[in-house]
Design a protein around this ligand. Structure first.
Ligand code: DX5
Ligand code: ZN
Length: 226
């Protein structure tokens, strides 16, 4: 169970990898709540990003929770390696698992938050039978695979429905939203019921990542700054 204030997790997918250490320091000093790490396998989604081997370097630079978003078929292959590194949450895609209950049971053998992601076209109701085994639902608000895409507006209704579904089943599962987060969408996403908001290109662009993060937070809280 996580607390109720909205959290912002920068996604390093949009960071400048030639100075990744500095980018990690900037978001850590800018009071990020966690670091979102997108692992892609070139099969579940077309791009290949990086594998677990990059994660210890990030951990060496920051004490923030490490949040692994696995856009990978059969993600179980990498659980032990990630757990040994000391990650805090592992998100698998419902669409990428042959037997989601089995995958959740496997995750349950470790000290890690068990999270399940849904693509924009995947119905929320698919998760209902497994809700009590899931610490966090990740609602994708763009098609997975790329940073910098436009937020899919229908995601707001999906977040609200997820919130209601969780409430009427006794609570205990948090909601994370990923994709198309920027100064125009962040408050809408928070108001719809997100507990954790992932932001990639809105944090890592030509401006300072720490400053971008703080501006996003102000907009999320409804205090626009010029
Ligand atoms: C996309 C990734 C996201 C990505 C979001 O598949 O899961 O985490 O970094 O990027 P933005 O915030 O630019 O939409
Ligand atoms: Zn992601």
């Amino acid at each position: 169970m996580e607390d109720t204030k909205v959290k912002i997790y920068p996604s390093i997918l949009s960071a400048d990898f030639s100075v990744l250490g500095d980018e990690i320091t900037a978001i850590t000093d800018g009071c990020a709540d966690g670091i979102h790490i997108d692992i892609m396998d070139g099969q579940f989604v077309p791009p290949i990003t990086f594998g677990p081997m990059i994660v210890p370097f990030i951990k060496g630079r920051s004490d923030l929770p490490l949040d692994i978003h696995m856009m990978v078929i059969n993600p179980e292959r990498y659980f032990e390696e990630l757990i040994e590194i000391g990650v805090d949450s592992i998100t698998v895609h419902l669409e990428a698992c042959k037997d989601i209950k089995k995958t959740l049971d496997h995750l349950d053998t470790f000290e890690v938050l068990k999270c399940v992601a849904l693509n924009p076209k995947t119905s929320l109701e698919n998760l209902l039978p497994f809700l009590k085994y899931i610490d966090r639902i990740l609602i994708m608000s763009v098609e997975p695979g790329y940073g910098g895409q436009k937020f899919i507006p229908e995601s707001l209704g999906k977040i609200e429905r997820a919130k209601n579904m969780i409430r009427s089943n006794g609570g205990g599962t948090s909601i994370q939203v990923d994709g198309g987060v920027n100064l125009s969408t962040i408050k809408l996403i928070q108001d719809a019921g997100a507990d954790i908001i992932v932001a990639g290109s809105a944090v890592f662009n030509d401006e300072d990542a720490g400053t971008n993060l703080q501006t996003l937070r102000k907009y999320a809280e409804g205090n626009k700054v010029k």
